[in-house]
Structures are given as structure tokens and as C-alpha cells.
Design a binder for this molecule. Sequence first.
Ligand code: FES
Ligand SMILES: [Fe+2]
Length: 390
Amino acid sequence: MFDLSQHHDLIDHLQQVTQPIQTAKGLPNPFYVDPEATLFEQKRLLLDGWACIGFGHDVARPGALHPTELAGVPLLMVRDRDGNLQVFHNVCQHRGVTLVESPTTCRGLIRCPYHSWTYGLDGQLKATPMVGGAGRHRHPCINTAKLGLVPVTSGEWRDLVFVNVSGDGGDFADFTAPLAERWVDFNSVDLHHGGADSSFQLTLQTNWKLAVENYCESYHLPWIHPGLNSYSRIEDHYHIEGQEVISGQGTRVYRQIEGAQGQSFPSVPNLPAKWHRGAEYVALFPNVLSGVHKDHMYHILLTPLGPTQTIERVEIYYFDARATTAEFAELRQQNAALWRGVFIEDVNVVERMQRGRASPGFDGGTFSPVMDPPTHDFHKWVAERLLTGL
Ligand code: FES
Ligand SMILES: [Fe+2]
């Protein structure tokens, strides 16, 4: 088991990451390539605080079950009959089989496939067939009241489902407050998911942190996104920096997409002038990337699969229900294709940053004090979290 306190070279390096950007180094390579160091890191960053595991619309209907995994821990999202969402450890209390392997909807009972122990949507153990022998479904040693599914602390905000597996992440409202306050103009506006045409995922051969780091910065825009840069140039962007759990960038020249007849998505009425031509792109640490515009927003959920592979799940939402009707189907597809194209443009560089982290010729790198503060904010957050308790 990896013990950071035994790695003085890494501790020294992480302390350098927390320095002011002018003298700071980037995070050390082992947290991108070494299986033990990255497992330690994922546990610390994803399990010891709040992290995202899925979307409310994954479990839209009562009885919906959605299994997922975070830092190797199998979890189960459940929607109960009253519409409440709960997350449990996805593991049977008998012999430890995972209960649900793929998304499904049940009729109120979750049955283990191994010996048929059966749980309610509230996690209570309801049935233990033949636990006392043939025809005996009870046994004095099996206290069903104490053998329910193990709940995980969870919270839902703007269709994002977060968990705090260790239970040490503090208050959920405090965790979401920095982004909720920043985007307060949109908070009371309902989100309408665009449906099947507004959902896609990419599998990246890179460490999950590099996807965050790349998302935070606008420095790469001219070279990686020449299409976007043709109207939203680097000088039209500003940094979102110096805050606790968010960093990113904004543009002052967001342009709505238009259909063949010049139609566009309905915008939120009466927004402050900032949003008329502005948009913002923010990473909510650790693993959510979001973008907001006057007519739509999106979330990207990053799920690490080991040190060098990451799933990026993209979900697009509209602020006006009309945008989700058939009338806008073509425009929604066009919008999803546009974002997909932009995110695919980033794949090459995030995968090459990953390959570069196997190089003894790279030792964390150097930040531009002008262009990289949002990226440094994330590195600093990671380093401080890893150093906690040392
Ligand atoms: S492992 Fe689930 S019932 Fe036996
Ligand atoms: Fe990019």
C-alpha cells in the first residue's frame, strides 16, 4: 500500500506545487502513471470529499437502478417510489457479490443474483430465502435489521449526483456554493435535458486530472480550436481563478448556433448583460466540467478507469422546454456535434500530455504566470489535498 509519508521526494515536490505560480512546479509524474500512487491519489481526491458519479436523469423513474464505480468502489444509484435519490455501496451483505451490473428498473426490490437475498429501495434487507436451510427463510443469527445495504452520503445539484464515500466531505451546500453563487443567474431556471441526441461519451487514454487541467485553460485555444478561435479569440477570454474548488475561463463573445433558417434556442429571459454575449467554462473540482450560456449548459463527468484511462460523459441541457421538442431536434443535434467536435479536438493533446508523463525528462513542468493560473489552482488544490495530515 502506497504511503506518501515515506516518499520525501514526492512531498517536497508537492510542496513546490503549492508555491506561488511564478516558482511553482506542476504535479509529479507518479500521480499520472504509477498504479499505487494514483490509487492513493484517487482515494484521497475522489473518496475523501465530494465527487460526481452520475446524473439525476440516469435514475429518472421510481425503481431505477444505476450502478457505477468511483476509484474502484462499486456504487449504486437508486430512485425510490417518492422520487428521492439514494446511493448505496453496490455490494450484497451476504457474500459480497455486486448487486447490479447494468442500469435497469426494478419493481421495488433489488435481488442479489447469487443466493437471492433481497433488498428494498430503501436498502433494507427484506428476504433471505433458505438462510436457515430448505424451507427456512430466517435464522436467529441473521439479523436482517442490521444487514441492509450500506448507504453512501450523497447530494444532487443541477442534475449532477455527488457522493462523499468517507463521509468527511463537509456540508454539500458548502461544496456546491462557489459555482452556485457564480452562476446564480441560472440557478432558479429549470434544466431540460436534450434527450438521447444530447448525450455522448468519449474514452480518453489519459489520466483524469489532465482532462481537468486542459479544460481550465484558454491558452491552447488558437492552436487546438482554430474554429472557436475564429470568433472567440484568446483576448476575448478571461480566467476564473483564485477560488477554492472551481477554476476555468470565460468568453465575452459567445455566439449562439443558428439553424438553416436562422433559428436559435430560446434564451433565459432577463439575464444580466454579462450573459448576452458571454459564456463560462468551469471545472468543479474534482471531476465535473461545466459550461453555461444564455440558452444551454452542459456537464461533463470524468470517471477515471485506472491511472491512464478516463471516460468523459457529456450531457447537454436547455433552459427552455421548447428546445427539447421535435421542432429543435436538428439544432440540438447540430449543437451536440459542435461540442463533440470541440472536445475531440482536445483528445490528442491530453493523451500526449499523458505519454509525456512517462518521461524522465519531465518533472512537473513550468506554468505561465499569465496564462496558467486556473491550471495552477487545480494543481494546488490536488497537492494540498494529498499533503493533508502529513
Ligand atoms: S451473495 Fe448476495 S445473496 Fe449471497
Ligand atoms: Fe480545449
